[in-house]
Design a binder for this molecule. Structure first.
Ligand code: B12
Length: 295
């Protein structure tokens, strides 16, 4: 069932080694296998679990889903879906990952464009692009792909998203939604995807991009009279300046929204002004559109 290729540890790792490597306690690893078959391990002659590279890959995905705040049973369902090669989105994820491994940006863009025309823009983003990026991130973290693969895929996806914004019909609402990363955040891809969705929904957007300083954001709101602002932050270490930017901008009048892994857990959202947009990009675009159209 796994899509993982290459096994750098042919004899397999022992459970304690895997626990140390992934930061997941051994009893949890046993329970994931017992309850969800993630992963199904082979046994040594002495009957001990042995973890292959593909088993490690499944566990990394499971760990990351749980870290996103999902219950283990829901996390397991996501991992099964990601590893399953059936289904229209899954087939495209596989094609995108192949294009990424082969460092073929044109093929990356073609897969994304095919996904958009066959599945629609929202599913192309939420079900093909984002899971593929998470998979590449997981490969990169485990040393199973070079950073070149991540950079090339990210840049190909960004080029496609920027093209989508450029071909969107003229906006029905002129006042723009401002889209910014927190002052220390470089992860722009989610925002760029949101810009594509909103612009194809008839909303004007202004993408301020990576590392937007608080004062710049406040000045941009004043200059554009933006009715809405979205701030995204990915790392918990970067959350504080992002929250400061949200507080500063909330005081000036626009509707304020925020998203990203830095805000995944409920306690990370305590006292943050505005509306948390959740994980789904299409869901986020729908929330923003509804709010703007109802005011
Ligand atoms: C591409 C990428 C980069 C690129 C970004 C380029 C760009 N222009 O975007 C570059 C190379 C710059 C980069 C840098 C770094 N990165 Co990086 N990066 C990634 C990667 C591979 C994809 C990011 C992405 O776009 N994901 C798609 C997003 C949208 O998916 P998601 O994170 O799962 O987000 C979900 C929700 O949070 C939410 N969401 C997130 N964004 C948004 C936006 C909106 C509008 C909405 C509504 C929702 C939403 O929806 C998603 C769906 O569930 C991820 C892997 C991953 N798992 O995502 C690592 C990852 C995020 N990066 C990581 C790290 C560690 C870094 C660096 C610190 C590395 C380093 N040592 O320098 C730096 C930090 C730079 C900085 N100051 O911000 C880690 C973060 C681990 C953690 N949680 O602490 C990850 C998870 C990789 C990994 N597995 O280790 N990175």
């Amino acid at each position: 069932m796994s899509t993982y290729e290459g096994d750098p540890v042919p004899e397999g790792l022992a459970i304690q080694q895997v626990s140390d490597l992934l930061g997941v306690p051994a009893p949890t690893l046993r329970s994931w296998e017992r309850r969800y078959g993630i992963p199904v391990t082979r046994r040594s002659d002495g009957g001990h679990r042995r973890y292959s590279a593909s088993a490690l890959h499944e566990l990394r995905l499971m760990r990351d889903e749980v870290a996103r705040g999902r219950k283990a049973s829901d996390a397991a369902r996501s991992v099964w879906a990601l590893l399953d090669t059936e289904g229209p989105a899954q087939a495209r994820i596989q094609r995108l990952l192949t294009a990424s491994r082969e460092l073929e940006p044109r093929a990356v863009r073609e897969v994304l464009e095919d996904a958009r025309s066959d599945l629609g823009l929202g599913p192309a983003l939420d079900e093909v692009l984002m899971p593929s990026m998470r998979q590449i991130g997981s490969w990169w973290e485990s040393g199973h792909c070079d950073i070149a693969q991540e950079h090339l895929t990210t840049e190909a996806a960004r080029a496609w998203l920027s093209w989508l914004v450029s071909i969107a019909p003229p906006p029905v609402h002129e006042a723009p939604v401002l889209l910014a990363c927190g002052p220390r955040d470089l992860h722009t891809l989610g925002l760029e995807a949101l810009a594509a969705l909103l612009s194809h929904d008839g909303l004007a957007t202004r993408l301020l991009g990576a590392r937007t300083p608080r004062r710049t954001l406040v000045a941009a709101v004043a200059a554009t009279e933006a009715p809405a602002v979205v701030v995204v932050s990915h790392l918990s270490t970067q959350r504080r300046p992002a929250v400061d930017a949200l507080v500063a901008v909330a005081g000036t009048g626009p509707q304020v929204f925020y998203a990203g892994n830095a805000f995944l857990f409920p306690d990370s959202r305590e006292g943050v002004p505005g509306t948390y947009l959740g994980a789904s990009l299409s869901g986020a675009a729908a929330v923003i559109r509804e709010r703007l159209l109802s005011t």
